[in-house]
Design a protein around this ligand. Structure first.
Ligand code: ADP
Ligand code: MG
Length: 238
């Protein structure tokens, strides 16, 4: 485990859960229902990656691929302020791209190669990874082609993560499961392709009084632990 770099989540309980934070060189999947905090955490990581190492960042930039139109510059400004960064600079250090369909999403990832190094990008966010794929390939009859394409997309991301030594963080929805998955009647979308595609899978859920709970699932190195966090004006917090 020597020489592995991490991006702090900015939340002590989550960093402890992840034994350091979001691992560079790997793919991390944030799973959860609507409102669980996936997009908030993506915003926060896009700010924290910019901080110097001693403050949990990598002194680097983020590429934010938004497939749902939920990126909010004003939220970046709030989080940056809370972390002592100059808000406008923090916003400039996030390269934003809206993906309009799954082909476009894959093209954006492909094109990223041309400017990752030049722009010192060490974090790629895809929020969410799967929604275009699900809506463009509905039903059982399209499942095989959807999964094949999704697999290609995940491979693209793996290549960038290892080639450029950067962290990839994607979000994924949950859907109703016919059986019970980890004690939950919901399961992450995308089936085995997603389950095997990501090194780390973090399930976020809402709890009482606005609290949130994160749980690591399917991890090769982490116990199935949980951690509590909150979301405030300042971003994601303990
Ligand atoms: P999703 O998992 O669907 O991406 P989000 O990350 O968008 O969920 O989380 C949305 C939730 O984050 C809101 O329901 C709200 O509880 C919380 N939130 C967003 N902005 C703020 C804020 N400025 N202050 C407090 N809570 C916020
Ligand atoms: Mg979201």
């Amino acid at each position: 485990r020597k020489n592995i770099e991490y991006i702090s989540t900015g939340v002590k309980s989550l960093d402890d859960l992840l034994e350091g934070g979001i691992e560079v060189g790997s793919l991390t999947e944030l799973i959860g229902e609507f409102g669980a905090g996936k997009t908030q955490l993506c915003h926060q990581l896009s700010v924290i990656v910019q901080l110097p190492k001693e403050k949990g960042g990598l002194g680097a930039r983020a590429l934010y691929i938004d497939t749902e139109g939920t990126f909010r510059p004003e939220r970046i400004i709030q989080i940056a302020r809370a972390r002592g960064l100059e808000p406008e600079k923090a916003l400039e250090n996030i390269i934003y791209a809206r993906a309009y369909n799954s082909d476009h999403q894959m093209l954006l990832v492909d094109e990223a190669k041309k400017y990752i190094e030049k722009n010192n990008i060490r974090l790629i966010v895809v929020d969410s990874l799967i929604n275009h794929f699900r809506s463009e390939y509905p039903g059982r009859e399209n499942l095989a082609s959807r999964q094949q394409k999704l697999n290609r997309h995940i491979s693209q991301l793996h290549k960038l993560a290892s080639l450029y030594n950067l962290a990839v963080v994607v979000t994924n929805q949950v859907m109703a499961a016919p059986d019970v998955f980890f004690g939950n009647p919901l399961r992450p979308a995308g089936g085995n392709i997603m389950a095997h595609g990501f090194t780390y899978r973090i399930w976020l859920r809402k709890a009482k009084e606005g609290k949130r709970i994160a749980r690591i699932i399917d991890s090769p190195k982490h116990a199935e632990k949980e951690a509590a966090f909150a979301i405030s004006e300042d971003g994601v917090t303990d």
